[in-house]
Design a binder for this molecule. Structure first.
Ligand code: F6R
Length: 618
């Protein structure tokens, strides 16, 4: 959950590190710190509780000696509260070594006890697991005089998830990193090299990057990069080109990243479809590694994800079952592996993750592989861990998502899993080519329809402005509208801190209707009047039931849906689309509502309290 950056080169590292941390701040923002080695070989550190700006202000008030080797960290607290002492870097070898860490060292208490038993005079300045690692690497360095070896000797003793970066004043021009179950990528520059939790850390300096595998150690100097496994044996690392530009991760005049990213929802879908629809058919060469036989023979799909990604998984279930006639289960990643799920060679486990680093989902994928299932990752982040642990990957091309709340990644995930559903239907022959072409036509029309939705959001903005004192909001949906109700409720909790619940509209009478009292705002995602199985009529009945009990109805309904008008206090119209496509149009108003309401309450919509973008701990 923390953001990590490392640099060796000829630039002033303080500026490089702060630039990297600014782009990684979405990963954690309760404290930040840096360590640099100056040209005289002295080590300087500075760390402060609070957002990165607190550290930046502090460095402006009292300059830190600069140099061309450094490490930086932005923290999301796990062990020890967010204060100056617990902020990273932590020191070892009598203050000559600095270390930063992302993850959790599960056996730190045992290691600390052993350390104290061997060195009773050890002074701890923090409550963190990280400081124990820093002290241990310091002791190993005293024995070996080699930073890589020192780190190798320590990682062999660590349990849990970690990315560690370390530098030592006696080795200026060197940063060493190690990773297990936690992200780290290398940036390859000209006369300079970088390390980062993700490519955002260094994309303003270079577009060349290199993956670091599980249980590997990397040593960077200004002119070299070496990668070994945890036994010190050299390994090959795959190089890749970063596809997006540094400006893609800038706010560019928008009031927040969330506002910018909602505006990019149409492009996120369009870019995810580009090159994948040819002559009315789906082309997904990246799935060739799975082989057509495998996709034909699978008898079950399990889609795993967390939070918003799990809601796109639910839409994927509706689509895949309808189109490809394969049974699909959707599971929260963290529930999946702890309940002994029945999976085998004929199960395809599809994971959905924007970051590609969510630990719960990563562990679900590993579990699936270990138990013989095939794995496919739908992911937005190149070079991340989940795609590397999967048999195949279908990248969404939403571009970097910086706001903690996921918006454009969600619609891109839905577009990707729908493409996959149609691909599967084509391989299994469950839809005619003409039907597939029609559905692809509907999918391709979504970006333009979504543009229209985004242009007409004054009503929802006004509504948000009126509702700043609201303490509870209910969201109702049915069929494909149900995941959207869940998504609307999650976004409102997450960024506006308002208690909200999403329900399947049919479930109301089984309990939740008791929550309705006069004035209770209820968003209803109304299916199209053209939807099959009289879903529309049933939802309109639900609206009448709760309106009779005093609910304020905020309906998201198809343009021209006259049946809703008499019962709704506010109607947000969306363009005509069929049942499975309508939700993608209905979600944008809910994203805007949550964002506007949070902004009207004066909250930081990009960095909500207690959260971090990338949840790399279980
Ligand atoms: C909600 C949100 C989270 C993420 C979840 C999964 O707005 O952002 O619920 O969707 O933490 O993250 P990824 O997709 O990175 O695995």
């Amino acid at each position: 959950m923390c953001g990590i950056v490392g640099y060796v080169g000829s630039n002033q590292s303080v500026e490089v590190l702060l630039g990297g941390l600014r782009r990684l701040e979405y990963r954690g923002y309760d404290s930040a710190g840096i360590a640099v080695i100056d040209p005289d070989g002295e080590l300087h550190t500075r760390k402060r509780a609070g957002k990165l700006q607190v550290l930046v202000d502090d460095l402006e008030a009292l300059t830190l000696a600069n140099g061309s080797t450094g490490i930086g960290h932005t923290r999301w607290a796990t062990h020890g509260g967010p204060n100056d002492q617990n902020a990273h870097p932590h020191l070892g070898d009598n203050g000559k070594l600095a270390l930063i860490h992302n993850g959790i060292i599960e056996n730190f208490a045992e290691l600390k006890a052993e350390l104290v038993a061997e060195h009773p005079d050890t002074v701890f300045t923090s409550e963190t697991d990280t400081e124990v690692a820093a002290l241990l690497v310091g002791l190993e360095y005293q024995k070996t005089g080699d930073l890589s070896k020192a780190l190798l000797n320590v990682v062999a003793r660590l349990h849990g998830a970690f990315t560690l970066l370390v530098l030592h004043k006696d080795q200026p021009g060197v940063v060493v990193g190690a990773r297990r179950n936690s992200p780290l990528v290398i940036g390859l520059g000209d006369g300079e090299n970088f390390l980062g939790s993700d490519v955002a850390a260094f994309v303003e300096h270079t577009h060349r990057a290199m993956e670091i595998g599980q249980d590997q150690v990397v040593t960077i100097r200004s002119d070299s990069v070496t990668v070994t496994d945890f036994f010190g044996e050299p390994v090959d690392a795959r190089e890749f080109e970063i596809e997006w530009d540094a400006s893609a991760a800038e706010k560019g005049g928008w009031s927040s990243f969330m506002a910018k990213e909602i505006s990019e929802e149409p492009a996120a879908i369009a870019n995810t479809l580009i090159g994948r629809i040819v002559d009315g058919a789906v082309k997904l060469p990246e799935l060739d590694v799975l082989g057509p036989d495998i996709l034909r023979d699978i008898n079950r799909v399990v889609v795993v994800g967390c939070g918003t990604a799990a809601y796109s998984a639910m839409l994927g279930k509706y689509a895949i079952e309808k189109w490809a006639k394969v049974p699909v289960d959707v599971e929260l990643s963290h529930e999946f592996r702890y309940r002994d799920p029945v999976i085998d060679r004929n199960t395809l486990v599809v994971s959905i993750s924007q970051s590609g680093e969510t630990m719960d989902t990563l562990m679900a994928v590993k579990y699936a592989s270990e138990h013989g299932a095939r794995t496919l990752s739908i992911c937005n982040t190149q070079g991340s861990t989940i795609p590397r642990e999967s048999d195949a990957v279908l990248y969404t091309h939403a571009g970097p998502e910086v706001a903690v709340a996921s918006t454009k990644a969600f619609v891109a995930q839905v577009a990707a899993i729908y493409l996959f559903g149609l691909h599967l239907a084509s391989i299994r022959g469950t839809l005619e080519p003409g039907e597939i072409a029609d559905l692809l036509g509907e999918l391709s029309a979504l970006p333009a329809q979504l543009d229209v939705v985004l242009e007409e959001q004054d009503a929802i903005k006004q509504l948000a402005g009126w509702m700043t004192d609201t303490r509870s909001v209910i969201f109702l949906g049915r069929h494909a509208g149900y995941p959207i109700a869940l998504e609307g409720a999650l976004k409102l909790k997450e960024v506006a801190y308002i208690h909200s619940e999403g329900f399947a509209a049919g479930e109301l009478k089984h309990g939740p209707i008791a929550l309705i009292e006069p004035g209770q705002p209820v968003f209803v995602i109304v299916p199209s009047p053209r939807a099959k199985d009289s879903l529309h009529k049933k939802v309109v009945s639900n609206i009448q039931e709760i309106r009779a009990r005093g609910a304020r109805i905020l309906a998201i309904a198809e343009q021209g849906d006259a049946a809703v008008l008499p019962f709704a206090d506010v109607v947000i119209p969306i363009p005509l689309a069929s049942t499975l496509f309508e939700p993608i149009l209905a979600v944008a108003p809910l994203h805007i509502f949550a964002m506007e309401l949070a902004a009207a309450k004066g909250l930081d919509v990009d960095q909500p309290r207690n959260l971090a973008k990338s949840v790399t701990v279980e």
